[in-house]
Write a protein that binds this ligand. Sequence first.
Ligand SMILES: Nc1nc2c(c(=O)[nH]1)N[C@H]1C(S)=C(S)[C@@H](COP(=O)(O)O)O[C@H]1N2
Ligand SMILES: [Mo]
Length: 311
Amino acid sequence: MVLLRFRARGQLRESGVTPEQLALSRRELVAGLAALGLGCTTSRPVVTPTTPPPPTPVQRAPCTLDRPLTDEKLAATHNNFYEFSPDKGRVWQLAQGLRTHPWTVEVAGLTHRARVVDVEELTRALVLEERCYRFRCVEAWSMAVPWVGVPLRSVLERLRPLASARYVRFQSFYRPSVASGQKGQFWYPWPYFEALRLDEAYHPLALWAVGIYGHTLPPQHGAPVRVVVPWKYGFKSIKSVVKVEFTVEQPRTFWSSVAPAEYDFWANVDPTVPHPRWSQATERMLGERERRPTLPFNGYADEVASLYAAR
Ligand SMILES: Nc1nc2c(c(=O)[nH]1)N[C@H]1C(S)=C(S)[C@@H](COP(=O)(O)O)O[C@H]1N2
Ligand SMILES: [Mo]
């Protein structure tokens, strides 16, 4: 437990991308999750890194992106997490004070079983997968990172939505005493909230992410759990989820409430639709100088464009 918390609190590796390092960190993730009690009902002693891992529950496919992975440390020190600060370079430090254990998720709205669940319960006995995704912020910076998680669908189905549910709404925590941005930017409608149409959330690319670079999420990336929707602008990928709610009406979202003309509900990455204040035709990967062309649906058009055929 202590071991994992230490790791989860942002022990940053310079670059976690060689196969050896990934294999090691994957073992660490497994050990860490075991230490947290994932996969067993009673608490277990802390597992040291030298303990042989159980058969790995993290399924890993080789990264086949069109670009190199972003350096882990760069990704972990350039973050949007307005609860802490609008200053992307300072978020990672400020977020270290977020206590992410224990952590519960409230299940509400159109479900057969409204309840409060421990976050670990939601992925129990599911196979964790590593997924390398491009990730594109609406501000035209981007990265490519290996997330660890389970299909969002597998978690949502566990929550037993009613057949009438059409959307899913997610909400982040409200803790102004630790998240100083929630005090400093008091005019924002905290807590942060986002939503997806249910068929978007059920798409196999949509992830319920609990890790990155082979270990549990550090706070600045949205510990202990965040959503990752790789074909949409980054603000849809809500961090540190505390509530999941099924609805029939399209929910409002944090940024579309703040600036409806700038951030719409769908927010699919589209090079042809400029933000009112800048072009979306190109982007800059963290750590790179040259800009790259923005890809329709962030490069996932073949997989997801059909979701929007009727719109
Ligand atoms: N709760 C919460 N989730 C959030 C945000 C936020 O401010 N608060 N920012 C979003 C935005 S704008 C982006 S680009 C991504 C950034 O994720 P990263 O810091 O892990 O790269 O998180 C998204 N999720
Ligand atoms: Mo963003």
